[in-house]
Ligand binder design. Structure first.
Ligand SMILES: [Zn+2]
Ligand SMILES: [Zn+2]
Length: 251
């Protein structure tokens, strides 16, 4: 299994997961033309995908879902709550249970509910039977359930949205600061590090910090927070960029 990101952050997210037989897009915060352009960097086309899996309805994850699904004939999988918040006219979609593992064209997906200010948000652990990739962004705090679900994974893409001090001292309105830092907002660097500290890390070979705020975080702060827990060089930790995501990682 290998995976790559087309972009990560509040201006658009999409992640590609690929096994020998299957290619899935997790979220699509880009319109059809942007999606095709970004996929071209990975030498892929939108028609090469089997399905789009949607974590939640926020624009940065879902703005391109319906248009891309219609244009390129892709099936969409999402929770009932997420489906209720997206206009899905003319889209071939399937509702999934937020707690039940599913198989999508041979890849196993374990959804996990996360605390976030959307209707029924989930994140995922994807497995090809040999390795497990945890995708965990857009969560306001770390829960026992999140730790138990991602524990023992081989790779993790984890939200490092903000540095708590940078957010507190930013020019954002107080209400927005409260939303981002709240239990249904976004994970700060220290919370992502806390999650890594709490899980079984013996198989962990890829750690990528994702969904970084361009205002309230810096790659070196995210890397430093995670490296301290992992006892690794900060440079070993990947950072997903808003414009370029990250290149293929082979599990
Ligand atoms: Zn987001
Ligand atoms: Zn969100």
């Amino acid at each position: 299994m290998r995976f790559a990101s087309l972009g990560s952050g509040s201006r658009g997210n999409a992640l590609v997961v690929e096994s020998a037989e299957t290619r899935l897009l997790i979220d699509c915060g880009f319109g059809p033309r942007q999606l095709a352009q970004r996929l071209a960097r990975l030498r892929l086309a939108p028609e090469d995908f089997h399905a789009i899996i949607v974590t939640h309805e926020h624009q940065d994850h879902a703005s391109g879902v319906a248009a891309c699904a219609r244009r390129y004939g892709l099936q969409v999988l999402l929770t009932h709550g997420t489906a209720s918040q997206i206009a899905l006219d003319g889209v071939d979609f399937k509702v999934i249970d937020a707690h039940r593992p599913i198989e999508v064209f041979g890849l196993g997906l374990q959804p996990m509910p996360v605390p976030h200010d959307a209707r029924e948000p989930v994140q995922f652990v994807v497995s090809d039977g040999a390795v497990r990739l945890a995708i965990l962004t857009d969560a306001g705090c770390v829960t026992e359930h999140m730790c138990a679900t991602v524990s023992g994974c081989d790779a993790i893409v984890i939200e490092c949205n903000h540095d708590a001090d940078m957010l507190a001292n930013s020019r954002y309105p107080e209400s927005l600061k409260r939303r981002i830092a709240g239990s249904y907002g976004h994970l700060e660097n220290a919370a992502a590090a806390e999650l890594l500290a709490r899980i079984d890390r013996q198989h962990l070979r890829h750690v990528i910090a994702a969904h970084l705020s361009q205002e309230n975080n810096r790659p070196q702060l995210a890397r430093a927070a995670l490296a301290e827990i992992l006892g690794c060089e900060p440079g070993w930790i990947g950072v997903a960029e808003q414009e370029t995501g990250f290149d293929w990682r082979q599990t």
